[in-house]
Design a protein around this ligand. Structure first.
Ligand SMILES: [Fe+2]
Length: 272
């Protein structure tokens, strides 16, 4: 299985803690293409209180990278977006197309570490009411959310789309993030699995190993949905079909095992 679509990575050079320069970007994208990634949305970190020129800088650097990728003959399509830090009033920030994924209607939102805002659901409701479709980036990596899957369910029940990191599924961010990522997959709450790649070695743009884990967990059809179909909808603007898992004896047993594992993690060692 390939033709994967990555909606979250930091390969835009020189604008955040991802690729430092265009040579690193090209190397990351070459590896990604060799892995089977066909389309990528570049999502540098963006704090909405940044100077307004930041998004224009992204567009300028993006145009240079697209030219460089074409000159290098890499078989990968690039789109632009951001991973925007949560704040109230994101519906106004999202009016700029460069603050949305591929200029469509989806907005990738990252929560700050620390206590969750009690107004979280209300803020996302305002974003959706304004016509945008929020995607929560890697909830399994947020310490408070990872300890409270019920809170994740509240967000899921309010039609928030959830993106899980490929690395979380293979233990890159610790046991708690791994167990929560598997729980999100198992319960059918996850809508996307993405690389969140930052570099060539420590956090590469890699989904292959996670895809094998996904196939083992939920089968190839659902894996295809998470790595190809749903992310493609971000580009095409099509509605993402809600997933309703069919309960199975193995599935429910595995879910209970994950729940027990989550309950057993007392030390706050996993966030990073
Ligand atoms: Fe990210």
């Amino acid at each position: 299985m390939d033709g994967w679509v990555d909606i979250h990575c930091h390969a835009l050079p020189g604008v955040d803690d991802g690729a430092a320069d265009i040579e690193t970007s090209l190397a990351m994208l070459r590896n990604a293409a060799e892995e089977g990634l066909q389309q990528v949305v570049l999502t540098p970190h963006y704090q909405a209180n940044h100077e307004p020129d930041q998004l224009r800088l992204h567009e300028q650097v993006f145009a240079e990278l697209v030219s460089a990728v074409a000159a290098a003959g890499l078989p990968i399509s690039l789109h632009l977006g951001v991973e925007v830090g949560f704040r109230f009033g994101l519906e106004r920030v999202a009016m700029d197309p460069a603050a949305r994924l591929a200029g469509g209607s989806h907005v990738l939102v990252d929560l700050p570490p620390g206590p969750l805002s009690p107004g979280l659901e209300q803020a996302f409701f305002a974003l959706r009411t304004a016509g945008w479709r929020p995607i929560l980036a890697h909830p399994e990596r947020h310490r408070e959310l990872a300890r409270n899957p019920e809170r994740i369910q509240r967000l899921y029940d309010q039609d928030l789309l959830l993106q899980v990191n490929a690395g979380s599924l293979v233990g890159q961010f610790g046991r708690r993030a791994m167990a929560t990522a598997q729980l999100l997959i198992e319960r059918g709450w996850a809508d996307f699995v993405s690389s969140d790649g930052h570099d060539l070695t420590k956090r590469p743009m890699s989904v292959r190993v996670a895809s094998e884990r996904l196939v083992a967990l939920v089968g190839s059809a659902r894996t295809y949905q998470l790595l190809v179909e749903n992310p493609t909808c971000v580009m095409s603007g099509e509605q993402i079909e809600p997933y309703r898992p069919v309960p199975s004896r193995r599935g429910s047993g595995f879910g209970q095992w994950i729940q027990r594992r989550l309950a057993s993690f007392a030390a706050p060692e996993d966030e990073g």
